[in-house]
Design a protein around this ligand. Structure first.
Ligand code: AMP
Length: 569
């Protein structure tokens, strides 16, 4: 198949915002490419399943070089057009397109060729990597037409902008192979939550329902975690979880899914599905020593503590361990961690997700050999007394935890779901996880670096909607706990994909927690809302764009604030 057929689909998808039209376009196209399940990744600008975090690793700079080479102009000319158009995809379309007009050219770029080169880009490392990458991109651009070049560049920069979110792809698969049967939409959703791989879902869906139903969780492959809903008091918690519940501390650390596969290999994944095994050899050792079982998946919160005073440290203190790729041995000594295991999802060759939480907890207590400051089942009580829950809550806060988690005893585990099987209760702080999608350069003291950041929430169809500009909260100097302006700049630099005079556009990847005073309507930002007095409290390396607040949550928070204000007034 020619790549131009993909380009036509991209164009058709971006020409409509209507969900049903998008589903129709996708469903029709899926039938055409059903012999090539992996091509489904291309519809979202990727060549790997969602759980594989490897990237093309192409910067704006490298794209500029590639466009220059492929279109036979000087890089300065590309930069000049980039400043004017603000989007490298459009620059590629213009310049590569112009070159092609002057030559005898037939559209001969094959999809498989695009896929192969993109796949190579992902795995190239080491010496000469940049040149090799450049060659692979130039090879594609020179055999593409203008429009093809646009989408190749956008794919490389993770900025495809055709609006193909998970839900849309799911509905399209269902429409293409199961005549849009409602039950099958659910089955596809469940299968996806277990596999995190659309190619696998697509391949099995083509073969029929029975094959699709065989997809199951597997140790060693990252899995989306189950998430809680928020409550404001114990009555609400009881209402959602039942009268007799399990209550646990809400630890202020970070979520780790601990996997041991049947070959005995241990791997650790964050909530964002990043593999952090290398960063935490201490966790691997402890798990090997203190957890029984041939293979398993444990769900846990890893918390840092001070090795001298044995006091827990806030998340921000250990967040550097997640990012750090060197000095790991040194870091594990100064920033040791304790593993609080609160769930078991798979054990000795069997998925445990349909078992009740109570049953899973019993299993978990059997397989973990508790060891102080190393590993333990999460502190838990089982009760139907409001008073006891409140005492437990205050005790959790007293020792510096974030609050409590209340859990339904008879509930199964639902990967990837924010269902009412778990609720969280913590003191009311107004904070939201948001993703940075733009920035502005500072003047004066911090001139040169980005000092203001445009933050966004999640809208429909994989879109990001701005909710404000935040320029405070980060640290000026290194040394103290917390992220500095310089560090965040370093993280954002390779993510810059567009630039006008005063504004840079940033790939939506870096997640930050932001506190604010209240939310107000605002025509300035694409969500229609703005956070007042926002401050960045944490950079969140372990969270991804799927973890951020949705527009529905922003609306809800706005309503809450509004009602409160009216109540007071
Ligand atoms: P939040 O990020 O505020 O929505 O809270 C959900 C997070 O709380 C989970 O992703 C876990 O990382 C964390 N957490 C801490 N303690 C627990 C616990 N006992 N059970 C489940 N999740 C917990």
């Amino acid at each position: 198949m020619r790549y131009s057929e993909f380009v036509d689909v991209y164009e058709a998808l971006s020409a409509t915002t209507k969900k049903l039209e998008k589903i129709e376009i996708l469903a029709e196209f899926l039938i055409k490419i059903k012999e090539h399940p992996k091509w489904i990744y291309l519809l979202r600008g990727r060549v790997l399943p969602d759980y594989d975090e490897r990237e093309f690793g192409i910067s704006g700079q490298l794209s500029i070089k590639a466009i220059a080479r492929a279109s036979g102009v000087k890089p300065e000319k590309v930069v000049e057009r980039f400043k004017k158009l603000g989007d490298l995809g459009n620059v590629a379309e213009e310049l590569v397109g112009k070159k092609k007009q002057g030559t005898l050219f037939s559209k001969n770029l094959e999809v498989q060729k695009v896929f192969d080169n993109l796949e190579k880009l992902v795995s190239i490392e080491g010496k000469g990597a940049v040149d090799k990458k450049l060659n692979l991109i130039v090879e594609l651009l020179t055999s593409a037409d203008g429009k093809g070049a646009k989408y190749i560049i956008r794919t490389l920069l993770n900025d495809l902008r055709v609006g193909v979110a998970d839900a849309l792809l799911r509905d399209a698969i269902s429409r293409a192979f199961f005549a849009e049967n409602k039950e099958m939409v659910l089955r596809i959703e469940e299968a996806y939550d277990k596999a995190n791989d659309f190619a696998e879902i697509f391949e099995k869906a083509v073969k029929g329902k029975a094959e699709l139903m065989k997809i199951d969780i597997m140790p060693g492959r990252p899995l989306k975690v189950m998430l809680p809903v928020k409550v404001t008091d114990v009555d609400e918690a009881f209402r959602i979880c039942g009268k007799r519940v399990a209550v646990e501390h809400k630890y202020d650390g970070f979520r780790v899914l601990i996997n041991k596969d049947s070959k005995g290999r241990i791997s650790l994944f964050t909530r964002k599905l990043d593999n952090v095994t290398k960063q935490f050899p201490d966790i691997v050792e402890v798990v090997r020593k203190y957890v029984r079982g041939r293979d398993f998946i444990l769900d846990s919160e890893v918390v840092g503590f001070d090795p001298k005073t044995k006091e827990y440290k806030p998340f921000e203190a250990i967040s550097q361990r997640i990012r750090r790729k060197y000095d790991i041995e040194k870091l594990r000594k100064v920033l040791p961690v304790e593993i609080n295991v609160f769930d078991i999802i798979y054990y000795n060759g069997k998925s445990e997700i349909e078992k009740s939480f109570l049953g899973r907890r019993k299993l978990l207590e059997r397989v973990i050999k508790q060891s102080a400051w190393k590993i333990r089942p999460a502190t838990q009580i089982i009760t139907d007394e409001k008073k006891e829950v409140m005492e437990f809550y205050h005790e959790a806060l007293r020792i510096g935890e974030e609050g409590i988690m209340v859990k339904r005893l008879d509930a199964p585990y639902r990967p990837g779901r924010r269902v009412g099987y778990i609720v969280k209760m913590k003191p009311e702080v107004k904070d939201l996880d948001l993703v940075i999608i733009g920035g502005e350069y500072g003047t004066g003291k911090r001139a040169g670096g980005l000092t203001s950041f445009i933050v966004a929430c999640r809208g429909e169809n994989g879109k990001f909607l701005e909710v404000g500009k935040v320029s405070s909260g980060l640290k000026e100097k290194e040394g103290s706990e917390g992220t500095t302006y310089a560090e965040l700049n370093k993280i954002l630099q390779p993510l810059i994909i567009g630039e006008t005079k005063e504004y840079v556009k940033i790939k939506p990847k870096a997640v930050v927690s932001v506190t604010y005073q209240n939310i107000q309507p605002s025509p300035r930002y694409s969500s229609g809302f703005a956070l007042r007095f926002p401050r960045i409290t944490h950079y969140r390396p372990e969270r991804g764009k799927h973890d951020i607040a949705t527009i529905e949550e922003i609306k809800l928070e706005f309503k809450r604030g509004h009602n409160n204000q009216r109540g007071i007034g």
